[in-house]
Design a protein around this ligand. Structure first.
Ligand code: HEC
Ligand code: HEC
Ligand code: HEC
Length: 229
């Protein structure tokens, strides 16, 4: 696991160097009043370059390019929390919704049945939204993110009413759900949707720090979960 992550980081680093897209865009005046003063994650920096380097994404990039929208494009408005459409499916698969196990701990048969739900929840055209072509065992960045999203959100969190919180509760059929351009709107979104409309399975209060940690790390995927871009 550790070795795979390191290898991936080295590989991605090497590529970023090769295509010269490692430098984030310069900070603009609008970013200066962020609540943490950090630069924007460079979501629109050479997305096409870095994405086309990922074999798992090549097909999808082509498709979205045809449809006229770039891969990795942020929605105009952040996606509100919705009730999961997959509660019955999860129950049928045999997952105990009162005490959802981590993804990697599911028996293989259940794991495989859950896969199409992940694909639908994220709105991917094929399994290659996360997997490398022809190799479901090959570790990809999206698999790492998916596993951590499951561990940190699906396992310990619930809907406002105490129901299941699944991938589609936040993703609603989209990979990208946040508009990060307007920081004020994003913070209001986080408070109204992720803090006020979600709950914890252990009934403790939902706070920004429940997901962002005590030090309020905004780059959850990269810094808290240690998954490099
Ligand atoms: C949102 C990301 C995501 C999507 C989409 C996805 N998978 Fe997966 N898949 C994972 C992760 C993460 C694992 C590893 C789970 C673990 O840690 O055991 C996995 C594991 C698997 C495995 C087990 C591999 C092994 O180790 O034996 C199979 C088979 C698989 N997926 C098939 C599929 C199929 C078929 C689809 C499309 C219907 C699909 N997956 C879509 C994330 C995804
Ligand atoms: C509490 C809400 C929430 C839940 C539940 C959730 N996600 Fe996410 N996910 C997010 C947010 C927010 C992002 C960042 C999206 C953005 O940048 O627009 C994200 C990003 C992702 C990404 C893209 C990461 C990247 O940067 O390329 C993947 C893949 C993903 N989630 C998979 C999943 C899967 C699989 C599940 C269910 C196991 C899941 N998510 C559950 C909120 C959630
Ligand atoms: C249910 C989990 C959850 C809660 C609760 C939550 N957030 Fe977030 N937040 C996320 C995720 C996931 C992301 C995307 C992280 C990433 O890209 O690594 C995010 C991103 C952000 C970002 C954007 C960071 C960037 O650089 O683009 C800000 C700002 C933010 N959250 C503020 C807040 C505030 C303020 C609160 C409390 C009112 C809060 N969040 C509560 C999950 C949560």
């Amino acid at each position: 696991m550790k070795h795979a992550a390191l290898a991936l980081a080295l590989w991605m680093g090497a590529f970023a160097g090769a295509c010269g897209s490692a430098t984030p865009p310069p900070e603009t005046a609008a970013d200066k009043d962020d609540f943490d003063g950090e630069t924007l994650p460079s979501e629109d920096k050479a997305t096409a370059d870095s994405e086309s380097a990922k074999p798992a994404k090549a097909e999808k990039s082509e498709k979205t390019a045809e449809a006229g929208e770039g891969e990795g494009e942020a929605p105009a408005k952040s996606t509100p929390v919705q009730t999961t459409k997959f509660e019955a499916d999860l129950k049928k698969i045999g997952i105990n919704l009162k005490k959802i196990p981590e993804l990697e701990k599911l028996p293989t048969a259940q794991k495989k049945k859950v896969m199409p739900l992940l694909q639908k929840a994220l709105g991917y055209d094929t399994c290659e939204g996360c997997h490398a072509e022809g190799d479901f065992k090959k570790e990809t960045r999206d698999m790492k993110v998916a596993r951590e999203m499951w561990r940190n959100f699906v396992v310990p969190l619930r809907s406002e009413s105490g129901g299941t919180l699944f991938c589609d509760s936040c993703h609603a059929g989209n990979e990208h759900v946040l508009n990060r351009k307007d920081k004020k709107a994003l913070q209001a979104f986080m408070e109204e949707e992720y803090q006020n409309k979600l709950a914890r399975a252990n009934k403790e209060d939902m706070e920004c720090g429940t997901c962002h940690g005590d030090a309020m790390e905004t780059k959850i995927i990269e810094k808290l979960w240690n998954i490099p871009k």
